[in-house]
Write a protein that binds this ligand. Structure first.
Ligand code: SAM
Length: 268
């Protein structure tokens, strides 16, 4: 098949299931990946495999193994969440507030490592630790760390943050986009999320505030004066997180670009 024939076949296969915009965007991914294959048999085999995966509902980022985030491209696998545009906004908020004065930070629940890697790429004087419970997610974070040559400024740690907070230090900044979805909401989520994204990254185990309660204790004990804490939250529980942190600190609610209450910023 020629590339034009692939394109026509692709449109026909996708037509009932996806919108015009989606088909256009997915084809860009296919095109980009098809043109790097030189053997015609491999080309056709890969094309057919990718089409089947796409039609089955698999997110395009998992089919090709990468995702764009902020200005960068990260490896993603079924062990890591696909980084979301809201999290790009969180990084922008942090960068806008902090120029290149040296900061030592930690990212709790790092997944692909998209948050600290983006921040470190933009701020050459910063150092970070990044923690995750998933060993497989950390392997992906390690690949991304090496890709951007940040191994000397980013330390990856395998730890259950809810059980053991033994990464004490005097941090200047803590960032977290923790799991915050109640498993009861599962049926309201899109099936491509619940079928393909890691449940460890999405769902809380006991309580929707469990990570924020742990973050409160960690922030109180392990940070310098004037330290910052930046968190992404579920829009329905953002006010509860604000209330929790206002018992001791100054917490501010920040909306995302869709005007949903999404981020909480706390100063010590
Ligand atoms: C919502 S995802 C965020 C991933 C990434 N930071 C992002 O924004 O795309 C939450 C991450 O927390 C990790 N996680 C879940 N439970 C954890 C725990 N108890 N301790 C440490 N990390 C945990 C998951 O493996 C997942 O990578």
């Amino acid at each position: 098949m020629t590339i034009q024939e692939f394109k026509a076949d692709f449109q026909e296969k996708c037509d009932p299931q996806f919108s015009k915009d989606e088909i256009h965007s997915f084809w860009q991914w296919f095109n980009e990946n098809l043109i790097s294959i030189s053997n015609p048999t491999d080309l056709e085999n890969n094309y057919n495999k990718w089409c089947l995966e796409l039609i089955s509902g698999k997110p395009i980022q998992y089919i090709f193994g990468y995702s764009f985030f902020h200005k960068y491209c990260f490896q993603v696998t079924s062990d890591t969440l696909i980084p979301r545009p809201e999290t790009e906004e969180l990084c922008e908020l942090i960068l806008n507030q902090n120029q290149n004065t040296p900061l030592f930070g930690i990212d709790i629940g790092t997944g692909s490592g998209c948050i600290p890697i983006t921040l470190l790429n933009e701020r050459s004087n910063w150092k970070f630790r990044a923690l995750d419970l998933s060993v497989n997610a950390l392997k992906v974070a390690e690949t991304n760390t090496k890709k951007y040559q940040l191994s000397n400024r980013l330390e990856l740690i395998n730890q259950n943050f809810l059980e053991n907070q033994n990464v004490t230090n005097n941090y200047d900044i803590i960032v977290s986009n923790p799991p915050y979805i109640d498993p009861k909401e599962r049926d309201n989520l899109e099936s491509r999320v619940t079928h393909f994204e890691p449940h460890m990254a999405l769902f809380v185990t006991h309580d929707v505030l469990e990570f924020y309660i742990a973050l409160f204790a960690f922030f109180e004990r392990n940070t310098n004066p004037n330290a910052q804490l930046w968190m992404e939250t579920h829009q329905d529980y953002c006010n509860d997180v604000i209330e929790l942190f206002n018992t001791k600190f100054r917490a501010k609610k920040i909306e995302d670009l869709s005007k949903n209450p999404r981020f909480v910023y706390v100063v010590k």
